[in-house]
Ligand binder design. Sequence first.
Ligand SMILES: Nc1ncnc2c1ncn2[C@@H]1O[C@H](COP(=O)(O)OP(=O)(O)OP(=O)(O)O)[C@@H](O)[C@H]1O
Length: 905
Amino acid sequence: MEINIETAVRICPVSYSNKDLLCVQADVCNNNIKLGNLQSIPVQYALPSDCTQNTLYTTTVTPLLNYFFEGCDVSIVTFGQASTGKSYTLLGPTLNCALSEKEHGIIPRFLRQMFANINQDTDKCFLVQIAWTQICGENVYDLLGCGSAECHNIGDAIDLLKLGMSNIANCAHTLFTVTLEQQFCIDGCVQHKVSTASFVDLSSSEKVAVMDNGGLTQYLPTDTGLLTLYKCVWILSELTNALYNQNLVPYNQSALTMLLKDSFGGRAKTLLICCISPLVNDFMETLSSLHFVQRAQLVKNYVTVNSYVTYEAYENADIFGLQFATNQLFKLVSNAESLFKSLLGTGVIPKTQIEQISDWLTLKQECQDCISESSEPHRSLDIIEEEIEDRSKSESESESDVPNLVDLMNGFREKTDNLVSTVNRKMTSESDNTKEFTKSSHYSEYHLKGARGRRGSIHSVDEFSPTLLNCDIKHYDTDTTVSNQKDRIMKQICADIEGYQKQIEELVQTVEVKEKLMQQLLKNKQTKRKFKQKCLKLQSDQNIAQSKLRQAKSVNNHLLESKLDLELSELSKKINKTEFIRSIAEDDSLTVSELESSLNNSKKQLEKLRKCLHRKEKSKLELEHDLKESKKCSSRDTMKSDAAKKQCESTCTSEDFDNIKHEIKELRKTRDRLLEQRYKIDSKAYNKKLLNDLEEIQLVQYEEAIEAIDLAIEYKNQKICGFTEVFVDENVCKLLTQQFLKLSNEEILVLLQKYYKKIVELRGSTKKLEQQVIQAENQNETFQHQIQNLSLILQRVRSDAERRVLTLEQQHDHKMQLIMHHLSQEGGEDERYISRVVERSKQTALALQVAQGRNKQIDKGSLIARFTRYARHETVPQQLQVSLVPSQAKVTRQRNKLIIQQSGK
Ligand SMILES: Nc1ncnc2c1ncn2[C@@H]1O[C@H](COP(=O)(O)OP(=O)(O)OP(=O)(O)O)[C@@H](O)[C@H]1O
């Protein structure tokens, strides 16, 4: 899509005392910038000095947000003379809460609207990354100190803005970028969109006057970055489609132009906002900035949608199905477990099968660990406990079962360690409060595809962390209403508490088992002693039997001999067995110490789990309190009484502080939703569709509600910051509040409807008045034009008249010369005649004075001197001199008389 760079010109407001020195005006109706020299420059948006931040944003930037969500890169560049409001336009004066949010600039508004849209769209996964750099000369610095940072909500983004603002240097150009990654499912495919919004604040620079080829003076910046940008824009504006070749554009001559490659002649939809001063003194700078704007308007960008599709199964598409299957599996497993338990209770299972069950249990434990940490694991080791108890009992009863006990103890130890390590992992993840995400199988592919066609200059896709796209769904998938969100958090906390309680229960059981085992092992120690004594007794019996055998052999008592042989072999068997049991009991001393440390570990884990449980219970209580509070706030009656109470309070107590902050948060969310609604109607109007009456009223309602919320936020902000302005009489306020509280819901609704109707009417009449004003202004312009024409005509007439007067004067001079000549020829002294001539000259001078206008005073003296000169005959016209005989007459003055004498006389 080929789109020219859009331009907006914003006139900076000036103080009242300077108003008569203005030379620039914005013609809002025709989107022209009118200069004092009657030049008119067309732009996309002509913004007058009283244009508010909100108007600027909704008219110029809101349409770009649509492009952004469609997957196109957008770029907003502010540019212009120093102190004309470039930073103010992008950021606002400051983000401090004490100042009204009405003053917020484009960036905070854009971020707010973006997150509002994200929260509305529950079908998609979103990832937002923010980066902010500043360019000083050829050096690029990171303002956030962490490259790009991930943001989950507007709060995160505003925090980053504040951080960056505190680091900006005076002379630097800044580049703020927001990267939005969207992922959603269409027909079994995964659609990805990656778009970047860049906000560039071009710092002003000194300018030098340079003569161009055409002999015209141009003012060029001394800053290398800006100068290269000028060059690039000039070249781009002259490149036609046929001649288009990006290699001709010197982007790589400066860091700034390399970073702005996509904004000028690249793939972004760009809006250039030029801030100018309307003062006469700044005229040359203003003119230079406007020339740049004119050039930039000619530059074409090739706007593309950055999207691609992957054909893998959407990992989270059937999350509920998977959860269901997991739950069913857990049920089956626990059924099997209880079956094994009852089978083991019968005591008829052979050893091999017991081992199989033990393996099965181990496997089950591993599976549980792998499947999910969030699902509730059913780590029951009751079976082993019973088994051990049984075996321990039987051990004391039957010595032949001792090896089985050892096997089972090893198995138990293994399982217990498994359990402990699982608990450990859970504890670590809980204490770190970090989210674990499974890696997407298309991780690397995603990077590759994401990087395709994206600029490396502003944001490398390699910086993104796509693993988060699939995994933090819960976070983005929240309900839009706040109460739903809180309910969800509450449910989560309850589930966590339940999980902890189960784990604690299981661990308590494990500890009990371990303690029993310890007791058994200690018992075994006594058994060891018993077996030792038994061994000694058996050995003495054996000795006695051997001495008896020797005696029987000596007396050849064969019957006794065979009996004693049998007895001796029985005794040696018993001795062997008892020795064996004794040796096992000796090994147990090692096992006891191991088990002791394992028991201590379990106890520690138990303690930790109890602490976590305590924490969760505490946050549950807090949330419950919070919920109660918000419910209280949401009920109208409470709000009314709160409002009445707050009217009377002048200061904010520390207890209220948190409540107010919470209320502001809620108000913002409501405002975001309203903004979204209003935006829908606005975009209809923007697409040149006519709004019907209902939509007009809805628009008013949204605007009024947004304004009311803005005011409420402002008021609350001020209250937090410790100052409130009193605009109205407190008594009047109280009276009004009392009246308001008496109204029923229906009455309030009727009042509001009337109020909205009134506003729509007022708006209609305002529009009419505006049209009338425009007509009057047009008329005024026409009149001024006529006046100009008339004054031109007047000037022409005047100069004609002057010319005529001059001709008359010359004619008059000529006549005078003739008269003088005549007089000199006659040679007579006619004083009266001369005085008559002088008198006539005076009259002529007077006539001249009238003809030339009052202001032009004629020098009567010089006029008279001229006549006297003629009278003295100092100058005689040449044509007359030819016919004259030289030195025939001489004019002299005697006693104030002119005497003309013949030269010969
Ligand atoms: N339209 C406006 N409404 C109200 N105040 C404004 C407006 N434009 C600029 N200002 C104020 O004028 C001052 C200078 O504005 P700002 O710092 O934004 O100018 P700048 O062009 O960015 O200057 P520099 O080139 O020096 O960075 C600030 O105090 C700002 O709040």
